[in-house]
Design a protein around this ligand. Structure first.
Ligand SMILES: [Zn+2]
Length: 90
C-alpha cells in the first residue's frame, strides 16, 4: 500500500477525484449522475490497493503523455495547418 497524501479516499469510479469516507465507496455526485445504472460489480467494495492496481496502467500512460516542462523539455509544437492552396505551413 502506498501512503496517500489525502485525508479521504477518492471515489472508486475511475477519474472521479471526489472524496469519500472509505476506499471503495462511490461519491454522492456519481450516485446522482448514474442513478440506478450504477450497480456493484461484486459484493465487497474494492480496497485501496485494488483501486490503485486497476488505475495504475492508465495513470502511467497519462503521465507518459504529459510533457515534462520541469525538466526543460521543449514546448509542444503546434500542429501545422494547410493554407488555402493546400500547402502546409509550419
Ligand atoms: Zn465520484
Amino acid at each position: 500500500m502506498t501512503a496517500s497524501p489525502n485525508l479521504f479516499a477518492d471515489c472508486t469510479l475511475p477519474g472521479c477525484p471526489n472524496p469519500v469516507a472509505a476506499a471503495g465507496q462511490v461519491c454522492g455526485a456519481c450516485r446522482e449522475a448514474f442513478g440506478p445504472m450504477l450497480q456493484p460489480a461484486r459484493a465487497e467494495a474494492m480496497t485501496a490497493e485494488e483501486i490503485a492496481h486497476r488505475d495504475g496502467a492508465v495513470r502511467d500512460i497519462y503521465a507518459a503523455r504529459i510533457p515534462d516542462h520541469a525538466a526543460g523539455a521543449a514546448e509542444p509544437v503546434p500542429a501545422s495547418t494547410p493554407d488555402r492552396d493546400g500547402e502546409v505551413q509550419a
